[in-house]
Write a protein that binds this ligand. Structure first.
Ligand code: ADP
Ligand code: GLC
Length: 493
């Protein structure tokens, strides 16, 4: 298949969260399975490490926006470890900024314009490079306009007739909702501004637009696919998703095992495998404690957390139970940035309890790997979690996750019970009520299990034995693409 993926971030080009890992991981997996794959990204020059190979194509593309022609260059790169091509849309005014979407906790005021333009550049890049895609796969609200452009403007054009439009929802909490006056930025007729298509409670909603106009919609875990059709998790789009449920599939994310593998990870002080985890993890833990100036206590369970500091991630639960938690023999290490209220909370904590808590407020890819390797327990008390990647990275690194039983956390962590332990399938601890007492109780179960070698070793080994690679999920994406193509109105197959 010829597959065109569009995303607003991908490792190693630019990253704020899991979308970046998934955009490149899926692109690579599909390319390794023999497909002809092109990933289109904005060129955030500033954010892109110098070491990444890139080359201007010499080609320029133009789109019309507000009745004016807007021009961008196209820079080419590759996803390492595959022959997947990356096209970077070079428009410095839109993309060469210090943040991707936000600066000093405020969204860029022209985000609607930036990503409507990007969506149009994606389509024009496909035309200019004669990609003739079978599938155009958009991700999240930033490329939510892409499926609409395919259905409304491009499907009639040569090279696009047989392309199915697919959208993946990575997080329903971010919808790309903008005031009605921005409708002209989409370049589509005002007739589409109605509640069945692009309008949602008086605003343009780019995620809804993507859902409505796609031939297939996926989200990043089977449980989240069910949850988002309910009032509790639908973020106001539950009705739209119920209406379109026949085209909705939940596909669990995979892990790029070339990047997240404790046996080969260049960022960690001592690589280790399932066979050498005891020794390797002890060395990584010691180095982590040294890095953070924590007492080098070999037998004190070290809990790690790497996260965007947003309401989604459960920091309020940690805040509520922190005093009780710190009465335990435990160390806590945080890495994250985001809302200042959570950053301040964590910073204060490190000052009050330097004997037990340490943190880096910032974004640090290498340190994220070191925390995964050096921690015993990983905390993921998310309020909601479409998929979540760190609980999978943790299991691959022999770090036992404690998670709220929502979304992808349900689908990727097997709760420790007497039965699952006996069956040797347990990999972590789930709690079932979004309260600090439920979280603390389950975390205490994990701390107790840590003291019982026969239980803990089983949990570590089970997690490390799971296959987190992209292969299985990439196959389900292929089936979804095929179904979407087969269902096209003028299906030629
Ligand atoms: P989300 O996409 O909601 O942020 P995920 O669990 O899917 O959550 O993915 C988060 C990704 O971002 C992981 O790869 C995680 O390691 C990484 N990450 C989050 N915050 C930081 C940070 N401050 N420094 C380095 N990596 C981070
Ligand atoms: C989102 C979700 C996260 C998911 C990631 C990649 O940011 O919050 O749960 O893992 O996208 O799909």
């Amino acid at each position: 298949m010829r597959i065109l993926l569009a995303a607003s971030e991908a490792v190693p080009f630019a990253k704020t969260g899991g979308l970046a890992d998934v955009a490149s991981g899926l692109t690579k997996a599909l390319a390794l399975r023999g497909h002809d794959v092109t990933l289109v990204l904005p060129y955030y020059r500033q954010a892109m490490p110098e070491s990444i190979w890139r080359q201007p194509t010499g080609r320029f593309i133009e789109v019309s926006l507000r009745d004016q022609q807007v021009r961008a260059g196209v820079v080419e790169s590759r996803i390492e470890g595959s022959d997947a091509r990356v096209l970077l849309i070079d428009h410095p005014h839109y993309f060469d900024r210090s943040g991707l979407y936000v600066e000093q906790e405020s969204d860029y005021p022209d985000n609607c314009e930036r990503f409507c333009a990007f969506s149009r550049f994606v389509m024009e890049a496909a035309k200019s490079f004669q990609l003739q895609p079978d599938v155009i796969h958009a991700n999240d609200w930033q490329t939510g306009l892409v499926p609409a452009l395919q259905q409304v403007e491009y499907r009639q054009q040569p090279g696009f007739e047989n392309a199915a439009a697919v959208l993946t929802i990575h997080n329903l909490a971010y919808q790309g909702a903008f005031w009605q006056q921005d409708m002209h930025l989409t370049g589509l007729s005002d007739a589409y501004f109605n509640w069945n298509q692009m309008e949602h409670y008086g605003q343009i909603n780019l995620l809804k637009t993507g859902i409505v106009f796609s031939d297939a919609v996926t989200t990043v875990s089977p449980t989240y696919a069910r949850e988002i059709q309910t009032n509790a998790f639908g973020c106001g789009l539950e009705g739209v998703l119920q209406h379109h449920c026949s085209k909705l599939t939940g596909i669990l994310n995979g892990v790029d095992v070339d990047l997240w593998n404790p046996e080969t990870d260049p960022a960690i002080p001592m690589p280790y495998s399932k066979e050498t985890v005891q020794h390797g993890k002890a060395a990584c833990k010691k180095r982590l404690q040294q890095h953070f100036n924590l007492p080098e206590q070999k037998f004190t369970p070290l809990c790690g957390m790497i996260s965007r500091m947003s309401e989604q991630k459960g920091f309020d639960l940690i805040q509520e139970c922190i005093n009780d938690l710190l009465r335990e023999d435990v160390q806590l290490v945080f890495l994250g940035t985001g809302d200042s209220r959570y950053e301040d909370f964590v910073r204060d904590l490190t000052m009050k309890r330097p004997d037990k808590v340490a943190a880096t407020i910032g974004f640090d890819e290498a340190l994220a790997h070191q925390i995964e390797a050096g921690s015993d327990i990983y905390l993921m008390p998310s309020r909601f979690e479409p998929c979540g990647l760190n609980q999978m990275y943790s299991q691959a690194y022999g770090t036992v996750p404690v998670v709220n039983a929502v979304g992808g956390l349900v689908d990727s962590v097997i709760d420790c019970t007497p039965e699952t332990l006996a069956d040797r399938i347990a990999t972590g601890f789930q709690f079932h009520d979004y309260t600090s007492s439920a979280f603390l109780a389950r975390l205490k179960d994990a701390l107790a299990a840590y003291r019982e070698d026969d239980v803990w070793n089983v949990l570590v080994e089970n997690g490390m034995s799971c296959d987190w690679s992209w292969n299985r999920s990439a196959e389900i994406y292929e089936q979804t693409y095929e179904r979407a193509i087969t269902n096209l109105p003028n299906n030629p197959y």
